[in-house]
Design a protein around this ligand. Structure first.
Ligand code: PMT
Length: 398
């Protein structure tokens, strides 16, 4: 079989030292690696190190190799995967906006191979609106992201921004290279985000769900070949490319929007954070302090439909996955939900105090009739793949 080539871009970041181990991991897995460095990256790792590791020339400047007059194009064409690890905020911004002012950004713009970025930077730079907007834009174009880990950063801050360990970066990249398509021909429905239950035209009851978990599931299922319908509450995320997205606001709208994709699905995953109750009455006009105190102080709540339980009651041969978001007694509550909701298994996660809601990563337990399985903290994308592994296993047993 022909050996595949990974073009590894290395940018100016302390995590560049990990790129040496990334080269080794790829080689161990049988891939050829060609390294392209930005000029800044050479301040962190000497190009000689990569030359010795890869036995290949290390590309840095646009005009460095007189034997190859259009070096950026030949590099772009050689790649089966173009991976930039670590990727600084600056290089990500350039790629998002088509700026090609050095060899790495020019080759990244010219490549038609899948592009994967492993962002690594200071937590505030990572969370900056500009960086997040660039990531959302690139994601919507199908660029793959290896989410940074949270932890102690070289700058002294603690938070997301650290490049994952080389083995994890390479495992993710190989998943893209080898295109695990174990959901090809399958239809998957996923719910995501919060619901909003209106009180009046300007107020509502809702929760802190950002939609990240459900969106990561949708992207992972898409990448594994599924036809995906994502039914989402109001979130600030870009719609994933290649996924049908239905937008809803309330729990009742969620149920109605799910009926058709659920009926057609092979598997359905309910990651949305759905309000259990809603105000009995929605006021036509804004309720006013003084005038409407009685209505504001005595909002009567009534039960919402349980979307998961309602649809799971007619699940047939579908694989149905529910979530359980718990602040305490996570496993006991998840076992109760497994029974009550009629899902094949429940993905239990601890929420509150900065956990799960809105975070880039999650720690979960799979709770099923067979027992419990712990999935240690990982990016929501990695958790999604672990969930889909379970779905695929169950589908193959049907
Ligand atoms: O969106 P993020 O910021 O990434 O956060 C992810 C998450 C914490 C929202 C996600 O991981 C999660 O736990 N989702 C489920 C949240 C929830 O509503 O949990 P629950 O324990 O209240 O509900 C149990 C299950 O029943 C869930 O699958 C839920 O979708 C479903 N449900 C609940 C109530 C209802 N009326 N209808 C439902 O379908």
């Amino acid at each position: 079989m022909e050996q595949k080539t990974v073009v590894l871009g290395v940018t100016g970041c302390i995590a560049a030292y990990k790129s040496c181990a990334i080269v080794r991991e790829f080689q161990r897995a049988g891939y050829r690696v060609k390294v392209v460095m930005t000029e800044h990256a050479t301040h962190f790792v000497d190009p000689t190190t990569f030359r010795a590791l890869t036995h290949e020339k290390v590309a840095i400047g646009l005009f460095d190799d007189p034997s190859d007059p259009i070096h950026h194009i030949s590099l772009a064409e050689e790649a089966d995967l173009f991976l930039i690890a670590p990727c600084t905020a600056n290089v990500m911004a350039k790629i998002a906006h088509g700026i090609a002012d050095d060899l790495l950004s020019t080759a990244a713009l010219a490549t038609t191979a899948p592009l994967a970025l492993a962002p690594a930077m200071n937590v505030h730079m990572y969370e900056a609106q500009a960086t997040q907007a660039n990531m959302a834009l690139l994601r919507s174009r199908g660029v793959h992201f290896i989410e940074p880990d949270s932890g102690y950063l070289a700058c002294g801050y603690v938070g997301p921004g650290r490049m994952p360990e080389p083995a994890d970066v390479v495992a993710f990249a190989i998943g893209i290279l080898e295109g695990k398509k174990d959901l090809a021909g399958r239809k998957v429905m996923i719910t995501a985000g919060p619901t909003r239950e209106r009180i009046d035209p300007v107020r509502y009851i809702s929760n802190d769900s950002s939609g990240k978990m459900g969106f990561a599931l949708a992207e992972a299922a898409r990448d594994r070949g599924a036809e995906v319908t994502l039914v989402s509450g109001p979130v600030a995320l870009e719609n994933p490319a290649g996924v049908r997205v239905l937008k809803i606001e309330s729990a009742r709208e969620l149920l109605e929007a799910c009926r058709e994709p659920f009926a057609e699905s092979d598997a359905a995953i309910f990651a949305a954070a759905v309000a259990d109750k809603r105000p009995e009455r929605i006021a036509d006009a804004k309720l006013k302090k003084g005038r409407d105190d009685d209505m504001l102080e005595n909002i009567k709540l009534v039960d919402n439909p349980d979307v998961l339980a309602t649809l799971a009651s007619v699940k047939g041969s579908r694989v149905v996955v529910g979530f359980a978001a718990e602040t305490n007694d996570v496993l006991d509550n998840a076992r109760r939900k497994l029974e009550k909701k009629g899902a094949d298994f429940i993905v239990a996660n601890e929420v509150g105090h900065g956990k799960a809601f809105g975070t880039p990563d999650n720690e979960v337990w799979f709770v099923s009739a067979d027992g419990e399985e712990h999935v240690p903290a990982a990016s929501k994308r990695q958790i999604s793949d672990a969930i889909l592994d379970q779905v695929v296993k169950r589908l193959s047993q049907r």
